[in-house]
Design a protein around this ligand. Structure first.
Ligand SMILES: [Fe+2]
Length: 289
């Protein structure tokens, strides 16, 4: 049991706390590349999951896939999901499971689903997510593993947790702890929060950037949150590749014609194309036609 007001009392602010965080501003600029990615992922995921009969995952993804994203934006170069203190109640070696529900444990059913992205906003598979939270009465199980469990993102970078809404205890607002770790990468320790909680205004650890999107569902509450890890990724082909028939490594002869960036060019002298010798950049080699 806790409840003595000692939980998470280390409020040194190990990163990203900040009651001054611009909540409304953050929420207003959330339509980004990640939102599009998330919608696309959910759309492609819905059918096979439904056919596969994965009830929990299918339900949570379908429920959350089209919601507005009140989560950290993931435009290239944006900050990853902020860290938070671990608190005193983490235990290693939690069981691998996506549902923390157990018979006889009261509480309002809650699903938390989302995706884990890298810095280029591409989903990360095989990411470890280790959740721990208080029970309905605000108590942590420090002898067993009630309301503790870990899982891994699937090939689409998705995760889904079935649990209950954690109870409140003195000194803190409502929250879920989680450690997130991409393969062979550092661990991100953080916490997830619920909107419209009165204690969000007084809990100095609370960070609005870690608010989940939460709504009422048919069997309880449905929350969504997407993590962004500080993992470098190849951004892939950019949104505006120059395109054209010009290609590095090609041997061009005088008079050859190519296209590049939507324009035509004629070769002025024989050469083999190299990076940096794009037609618009080298007038000695190419003339626009
Ligand atoms: Fe806690």
């Amino acid at each position: 049991m806790d409840g003595a007001g000692t939980h998470d009392t280390d409020r040194n602010g190990t990163g990203g706390n900040g009651a001054e965080a611009p909540d409304a501003q953050e929420g207003a600029r959330l339509v980004g590349r990640k939102t599009v990615l998330r919608a696309a992922l959910a759309a492609t995921a819905a059918i096979p999951l439904a056919l596969a009969g994965g009830p929990a995952l299918a339900r949570t993804l379908a429920a959350s896939g089209t919601e507005p994203q009140l989560t950290p934006p993931c435009d290239d170069g944006d900050d990853p999901t902020p860290e938070q203190i671990e608190g005193p109640y983490f235990k290693p070696n939690s069981p691998q499971r996506t549902s923390l529900l157990e018979p006889g444990l009261p509480g309002t059913r809650l699903t938390v689903s989302g995706y884990v992205f890298g810095r280029a906003c591409r989903p990360l598979s095989g990411v470890l997510l280790d959740f721990w939270q208080a029970d309905n009465n605000g108590a942590y199980d420090n002898t067993g593993f009630r309301f503790r469990g870990h899982q891994y993102t699937d090939s689409r970078g998705a995760f889904a947790l079935t649990t209950i809404v954690p109870g409140l205890y003195p000194g803190r607002t409502r929250h879920i702890h989680v450690k997130v770790q991409a393969p062979n990468r550092p661990v991100l320790t953080t916490q997830l929060y619920f909107p419209n909680e009165p204690r969000n205004n007084t809990d100095t650890i609370f960070d609005p950037r870690l608010l989940m999107t939460v709504r009422d569902g048919s069997g309880g509450r449905e929350a969504a949150f997407d993590f962004v890890l500080d993992v470098a990724q190849d951004p892939g082909p950019g949104p505006t590749p120059p395109g054209g028939t010009w290609a590095v490594g090609t041997a061009y002869r005088t008079g050859d014609q190519v296209t590049y960036g939507g324009r035509g060019y004629v070769c002025l002298q024989p050469h083999t194309a190299q990076p940096g010798w794009e037609p618009p950049a080298v007038p000695a080699l190419w003339r626009a036609v």
